[in-house]
Design a protein around this ligand. Structure first.
Ligand SMILES: *[C@@H]1O[C@H](CO)[C@@H](O)[C@H](O)[C@H]1NC(C)=O
Ligand SMILES: *[C@@H]1O[C@H](CO)[C@@H](O)[C@H](O)[C@H]1NC(C)=O
Length: 680
């Protein structure tokens, strides 16, 4: 401690730069199981090597990142980049049924997103600079989008903040970390993940406030590919041939991260499935540094001058009997053919050296950009797996991936079921119902659902939606107590459970949310709020077990004053389990506190609050609401569907037959992908 302080002092006094100390790990004992495959949606419309999600290899990738989602530049709502994408999401979501541990993430942005002339050229800057109300529009639509299409993580691919040649602004430096912290707070409520991409060139990397960003992200995808290409004409590389990926340069680039104290476990390195090609100016000069005229000839499937998929390079090697050269400093393969064509690329040999290097630097993962550049035999995904020293994560007896193979799955809310998943609850402000839950129609009102705006940020248009599990009988619910005069007399019938109250439309009294008693509302039917304010914890007779006192009951009652509160009390022998293990929480959202509960807990009371957050600042107040959130003592695990499930439906039986046939010989008929792709 003392020594460290003295060193820091000395360093400060003498003004020398701290030397870079990369963490070192023993490569032979490290493993890398965070293996991310980006999927470029353009892959379905290629003339050849079109890649539908069901062609992905199984048991290799821990995460699939769909690239890319977009943001409406005016409203900030999350939207698909192309109409076709919506048809792809269900295929991607289905991957999870065979790769049990795999997570589907949405990558938002991408290089073209911020290109000059794109409608979204400044959208990231605008969003990061927006106030919390506007950012909430993005967050709310994002959560809804993720729930709808089964994404469990988000990747922000902003290329790049601040950089004026990429439509960035100086203010991005300070705004980006704040925006990510806000985003992370929202995602955390659903246990969704967050990553961002990072450039390797310091010219762009210097504009990321990494120290402020790191706490908000699960990991960084460090784009250690496409370092050089035809886009370098006219800059410092000045039309000279260079390998697009080069370990010497990657090492230097990683040092920039270590210099900024980034934790190596949070860094993923790219392993590319494509090469970058050039047409040489002088066929006798084929070394890095030689001049080029233009990009190499376009490949028949990749169809873009200067780019070749590994599958295309492989085909050339076999057809023309070519011999690639390994550059052992840069750790890259190069190939010259047709007199003046030159390409640099990775293969299993270079991935192996890079993987060992990544392990020695204690990196947490690797990513492929992109998995759709593989061939149908999965030659390159399998090569990467071998290079990483990983085994195919597959149980051949049932054709399923054996275990969840990454660290996030264990804490993903949608996967781990608590006893709470059996009961109705009002969702947090602006949130959609979680997976496995449904909205409840308002009985007697056409096309309305049970919602309550109480306690949501003012002017936000947000409401709390009543959500009930679909695993048991869904109750019928309605609001009771409005006379249409502003004088409300909320109360439920004796054969109903009160699951909430609201003062919306009431100048006195409140309305009650009343539901039929089903398995999912049963605990509420055993408990009730005292009808009047109390100065102590007394309960109505017959409801002897005190749970909590709150000035506004659920949050939607006329407020008690003078330190008094309504008391929530339960009948029977004890408090229902789901109303146990509770805490008051207030999640700050800018300077507004939202009565939100973390995932896996249920809000049973709420009240308005106002408290000082900054003693030195007279305006340092937070206001809003706090919530009483209960997580229950018991955690039950919902059994996964087992092979012995009795299938009542004839179609299900037939499907099982087809599935078994397929598993016995898992080959997708040739041409099927093209038929499906053509139908999109
Ligand atoms: C790799 O990068 C180093 C440093 O920039 C450079 O000197 C070398 O020529 C590069 N190698 C290749 C094959 O491009
Ligand atoms: C896939 O493997 C089969 C059998 O080894 C081979 O005949 C076929 O050419 C391969 N296809 C591709 C696209 O590599």
């Amino acid at each position: 401690m003392l020594v460290g302080t003295v060193c820091a002092l000395l360093a400060a006094v003498l003004g020398f730069l701290p030397s870079v100390t990369a963490a070192t790990c023993d490569a032979s004992s490290q493993s890398i199981t965070r293996v991310i495959g980006y999927y470029d949606s353009g892959a379905v419309s290629r003339p050849c090597a079109a890649m539908m999600p069901y062609f992905f290899p199984q048991g290799i990738y821990s995460h699939i990142y769909f690239a890319s989602g977009s943001i409406h530049p005016d409203t900030f709502e999350v939207v698909p980049s192309a109409a076709r994408d919506k048809k792809l999401y269900p295929y991607l979501a289905m991957l999870h049924t065979r790769d049990l541990g795999q997570e589907l993430w949405l990558s938002i942005g991408g290089r073209a997103f911020s290109d000059n002339g794109a409608p979204t050229a400044t959208t990231f800057s605008d969003l990061a600079a927006a106030d919390i109300i506007q950012q909430n529009v993005f967050f709310t639509s994002l959560i809804r989008f993720m729930h709808t299409y089964h994404f469990v993580g988000v990747d922000i691919d902003w290329e790049y903040p601040v950089a004026s040649d990429r439509n960035g602004r100086a203010e991005d430096y300070a705004n980006y970390p704040k925006f990510l912290a806000n985003l992370k707070a929202v995602l955390d409520e659903y246990k969704f993940g967050l990553s961002i991409t990072l450039p390797t060139s310091d010219r762009y990397l210097q504009h990321f406030d990494l120290a402020s960003i790191e706490p908000s992200v699960d990991w960084f995808n460090f784009m250690s590919y496409d370092l050089h290409g035809t886009w370098h004409i006219g800059d410092e590389w000045n039309g000279a041939v260079n390998a697009h990926t080069n370990l010497t340069e990657i090492k230097n680039a990683l040092d920039l991260l270590w210099r900024r104290n980034v934790h190596p476990f949070k860094v993923n390195m790219d392993m590319s499935f494509h090469g970058r090609s050039f047409t040489l100016a002088d066929p006798s000069c084929t070394e890095p540094g030689c001049a080029f005229l233009s990009g190499g000839d376009a490949g028949e499937c990749s169809m873009s001058a200067g780019t070749l998929f590994n599958s295309e390079i492989n085909r050339m090697i076999h057809q023309d009997n070519l011999t690639p050269t390994l550059d052992s400093d840069a750790v890259v393969k190069t190939l010259t053919w047709n007199t003046d064509q030159w390409v640099s690329y990775d293969d299993q040999d270079t991935w192996k050296i890079k993987a060992d290097f990544a392990k020695s630097q204690c990196l947490g993962g690797v990513f492929v950009r992109s998995v759709d550049e593989d061939d149908r035999n999965h030659t390159f995904s399998k090569g990467l797996m071998a290079a990483l020293g990983n085994e195919l994560n597959l149980d051949v007896t049932n054709g399923l991936t054996k275990v969840a193979f990454n660290e996030l799955s264990a804490k993903t809310g949608s996967r781990s079921q608590s006893s709470h998943s059996q009961y109705c609850r009002f969702a947090n402000c602006g949130a959609a119902c979680p997976n496995g839950f449904t909205e409840i129609p308002r009985a007697g009102e056409t096309s309305q659902i049970m919602q309550d705006p109480t306690g949501c940020p003012p002017d936000s248009d947000q409401t709390q939606t009543l959500c009930c599990p679909t695993s048991s009988k869904v109750p019928t619910c309605q609001w009771r107590g409005s006379q249409g005069t502003g004088e409300c007399t909320g109360e439920c019938n004796s054969d109903e459970a009160e699951v909430g109250t609201s003062t919306a439309g009431c100048t006195s009294g409140h309305q009650s949310a009343c539901c039929s008693i089903t398995k999912s509302t049963e605990p509420w039917s055993r408990c009730q709020w005292t009808p009047t304010c109390k100065g102590d914890n007394t309960c109505t007779s017959g409801y002897d077990h005190f749970v909590v006192g709150s000035r506004q009951g659920w949050g939607g009652r006329q407020s008690c004053s003078g330190g008094e509160h309504y008391n929530y009390c339960c009948s029977g022998s004890s408090v229902p389990d789901i109303f146990s293990k509770c805490d008051w929480t207030a999640l700050p959202f800018g300077d507004y506190c939202s009565a939100s509960c973390p995932a896996d807990s249920i809000r049973i009371a709420g009240q308005s609050v106002s408290f000082r957050t900054d003693q030195t600042n007279p305006h340092g107040y937070s206001y809003g609401n706090e919530a009483y959130c209960c997580s229950g003592a018991k955690q039950v695990s919902t059994p996964q569907s087992s092979a012995s499930t009795v299938l009542k439906e004839q179609t299900a039986e037939e499907f099982r037959g087809y599935l078994q046939q397929f598993l016995a010989n898992p080959v997708i008929p040739e041409g099927l992908a093209d038929r499906v792709a053509a139908a999109l």
